[in-house]
Design a protein around this ligand. Structure first.
Ligand code: R5P
Length: 292
């Protein structure tokens, strides 16, 4: 098996390779002055290849690089390709919310399948329906277990910041025996502004953990924290698998009345987006275990 890494999340790819007692195989990625890229692999004829590439910010650039690497692996005769995409950009647009819209993630799947990828490994997809878009095996892993490995407060309430996260919160509740609550959230589809209106469940006087699949602008977490505080929640911690951290998300999160924001390294968090409340847990062992 040979492991290749795109440029979006090399630290994670290095950890996975180390765990498997392998070295990352060389991959030439050249960026032209106009932003275009050219990639080159060598020596993969008849090899089983693993490619690790996340598609967080810059999303389109990371996708384009992924497509180019897949093309070069195919042209160079790789026998099989397992794509480890710890985070897939565009996955939230998995259906038409309004008439006339595109279905972005279907477009991504069509392109990926055109390269005859053999298998996909990914984490905490926004919807459990997404694997059905593919005609190849998709291993859908979860990083939620990393959260349960932290010392847990026995009286803590797990909170989903929107109805879409109910299955995640139920999964964690079954694993930990903790009770849960859910928030009703509305997002203005034109402005992206989030409003959290109502909590189903009891949080008064309780410590809570908000659990989500991803933090993008931080708007969902901010609205949830404000509503929880208004309803008497005490200490608040946040756990989200994917740290997309768009725009001012880091400073929004840093200034919230929360103790810690746990995320994972499915997306590499650049130094300038790190903040003191942020703790990054690694999914490298989970990927390595799946590849073994
Ligand atoms: C939405 O349904 C997702 O589960 C997340 O809650 C959302 O994508 C987070 O985005 P933002 O941080 O921009 O509110």
């Amino acid at each position: 098996m040979k492991i290749f890494s795109g440029s979006s999340n090399r630290p994670l790819a290095e950890k996975v390779a180390q765990n498997l007692n392998l070295k990352l195989s060389p991959l030439e990625i050249h960026k032209f002055p106009d932003g275009e890229k050219r990639v080159r692999v060598s020596d993969v004829l008849e090899d089983d290849v693993v490619l690790i590439q996340s598609t967080g910010i810059p999303v389109d650039e990371n996708y384009m690089e992924l497509f180019l690497i897949l093309d070069s692996l195919k042209r160079s005769g790789a026998r099989s390709i397992t794509l480890v995409a710890p985070y897939f950009g565009y996955q939230r647009q998995d259906h038409m919310f309004r008439e006339g819209e595109d279905v972005s993630f279907k477009v991504i799947v069509q392109i990926l399948e055109s390269f005859k990828v053999d298998k996909v490994i990914t984490f905490d997809l926004h919807s459990i329906k997404i694997p059905e878009f593919f005609h190849i095996p998709v291993v859908h892993l979860t990083a939620l277990d990393l959260f349960t490995e932290r010392p847990l407060d026995k009286n803590m309430v797990l909170v989903s910041p929107d109805m879409g996260g109910i299955r995640r919160i139920k999964y964690l509740s079954e694993k930990t025996g903790l009770s849960f609550a859910t928030i009703e959230k509305n997002r203005d589809l034109k402005t992206g502004k989030v409003e959290s209106s109502k909590i189903e469940g009891d949080v008064k006087g309780k410590n809570v953990a908000i659990v989500d699949d991803m933090i993008s602008t931080g708007g969902t977490i901010r609205a949830a924290v404000e509503l929880l505080k208004k309803n008497g929640a005490k200490r608040i911690n946040v756990f989200a698998t994917h740290a997309v951290l768009a725009g001012d998300a880091s400073s929004i999160l840093e200034n919230l009345d929360v103790e810690k924001v746990y995320v994972t390294d499915t997306i590499d968090t650049p130094q300038d987006k790190k903040f003191s409340k942020l703790e990054i847990l690694s999914v490298a062992d989970l990927i390595a275990k799946e590849l073994k």
